[in-house]
Ligand binder design. Structure first.
Ligand SMILES: Nc1nc2c(ncn2[C@@H]2O[C@H](COP(=O)(O)OP(=O)(O)OP(=O)(O)O)[C@@H](O)[C@H]2O)c(=O)[nH]1
Ligand SMILES: [Mg+2]
Length: 437
């Protein structure tokens, strides 16, 4: 019997459709799970963008759905599309999760021998036809991976801001601002690389897929661009309430990737950073589709030259974050001392602080906590799940501190706090190297 990860994620009935289509230039895929209210818009914009920017290319739109009960697939298939654009929608097979949906999209891109594959989240409200050009254009021009850049509200993307971006930047020297942004462009070559990895029975099948894609692109290709997409407006979640499972899946994948790619980040003599984009900024792509990439420290990340507008607020329940921090530190005392050793009492003291003002973890503390947990995760194979569970309340403590520091700041000003977090991870990298010995 085949194990789950060896099974195709596309159902058998889709195969003849794909064979009839034969070959294509561009696949645009959307993973979905109960996104009937937004997917029609995403599909229509994707089709318009493809026709406008790549009028002579064959294009196939794919919806890999997780068994929605709200008619998502019907809405996708009924969305407006210019003639000549094929649409394929189905329920993928395998572990339920976003990663399995993307695997199905990659399988179709590989079967159709697509030169480029773009993925767009199906809960997007701000997607524009230009996104297709900005995500696919660099791939047609020779890049392997296009990562998105957006203007986001300071409370949106807390996993990105507090761990994915700082850790990816400190480890691999690549300033990829939205490593789990969800909207990506991928080359044919990289699609095959992804499908060839033995990861599809892990958290990569769930929300680990984005950080897996970005890290693999950094470690195994390096031909990476960033696309300035403007605002990301989507069904954002309150970090205090809904991000626990996502955090666990993303962070366990981050740590798995650290173990897998130790030879990239921890072998200075290979001088890998010379081959990857960075240590400075990866090129921003916002041009006319001819593959022009301009590199700049700040980058016009809203794509319009309009950087002053504040994105719609994302609510955040700070008292709940603080309660989770305090209670979690008590509940997970044993695991914390396993991960943090001598530093566990420091965290306990911070968590038991009486006043809510200023409560939480500083950038320096948080960087050391993440490095301690990464090393503990590597050592304690049998207790990985417990370790990640125990890290969640500390992350909530970090987010609480971020939110209180950013209180009087605009979203743009809060970028400086993200920078500060990144520098803390970079400066503590020798601590990580020591732990890893
Ligand atoms: N097929 C499938 N798609 C999923 C599943 N879970 C999430 N998705 C899709 O993955 C995309 C991203 O999921 P979101 O829940 O929006 O997560 P996010 O935008 O990365 O994170 P937030 O910042 O928390 O909103 C959306 O298009 C979802 O429909 C799933 O179980 N199956
Ligand atoms: Mg979303």
């Amino acid at each position: 019997m085949l194990s789950v990860d060896e099974r195709a994620a596309i159902p058998a009935w889709v195969e003849p459709r794909i064979s009839r289509i034969g070959k294509t230039d561009l696949v645009i895929g959307t993973p979905s799970f109960n996104n009937a209210s937004t997917i029609g818009y995403v599909a229509a914009v994707a089709a318009t963008g493809a026709r406008k920017h790549f009028p002579s290319f064959e294009v196939v739109l794919v919806n890999a759905d997780g068994g929605s009960t709200d008619g998502t697939q019907d809405v996708f298939c009924g969305s407006e599309a210019p003639p000549g654009i094929e649409r394929v929608a189905f329920s993928y097979r395998g572990i339920p999760g976003k990663g399995s949906a993307l695997k199905a999209i990659f399988e179709i891109a590989a079967k159709l021998d697509a030169r480029a594959c773009v993925v767009l989240d199906s809960d997007l409200r701000s997607v524009k036809p230009e996104w297709v050009q900005k995500l696919a254009g660099p791939i047609f021009a020779g890049f392997d991976f296009v990562s998105p850049c957006y203007i986001r509200h300071k409370h949106d993307g807390t996993i990105t801001n507090n761990i994915c971006y700082p850790l990816t930047r400190a480890l691999y020297g690549a300033k990829i601002r939205q490593p789990i942004g969800g909207d990506f462009g991928v080359s044919r070559h990289l699609v095959h690389t992804y499908l060839g990895k033995d990861v599809w029975a892990t958290d990569v099948a769930r929300f680990g897929v984005d950080i897996f894609m970005t890290t693999t692109a950094i470690a195994e290709s390096g031909r990476i661009a960033q696309a300035a997409l403007g605002r990301k407006v989507h069904d954002a979640k309150d970090p205090a309430g809904e991000l626990g499972p996502m955090f666990s899946q993303v962070v366990s994948t981050l740590f798995d990737m650290m173990i897998r790619y130790e030879y990239v980040w921890n072998t200075p003599e290979l001088n890998r950073t010379a081959e990857i984009p960075g240590p400075e900024t990866v090129g921003y792509y916002g041009g006319d589709g001819n593959g022009d990439v301009s590199v700049g420290g700040s980058g016009d990340v809203d794509g319009n030259g309009d950087r002053g507008n504040e994105p719609d607020p994302v609510p955040i329940d700070v008292p709940r974050l603080i309660a989770s921090f305090r209670n979690g530190v008590r509940e997970h005392r044993e695991v914390l001392s396993l991960a943090l050793g001598k530093r566990a009492p420091v965290i306990e003291t911070i968590a038991s602080g009486t006043s809510d003002a200023g409560l939480g973890l500083s950038c320096e503390e948080w960087a050391l906590v993440v490095y301690d947990f990464a090393a503990a995760y590597r050592r304690n194979v049998g207790r990985r799940r417990l370790l990640i569970e125990a890290l969640v309340p500390l992350y909530n403590g970090k987010v609480a501190s971020f939110v209180s520091k950013a209180k009087e700041m605009s979203s743009r000003q809060a970028e400086e706090l993200v920078e500060e977090q990144c520098r803390a991870f970079e400066e503590s990298k020798p601590y990580l190297r020591d732990l890893w010995k």
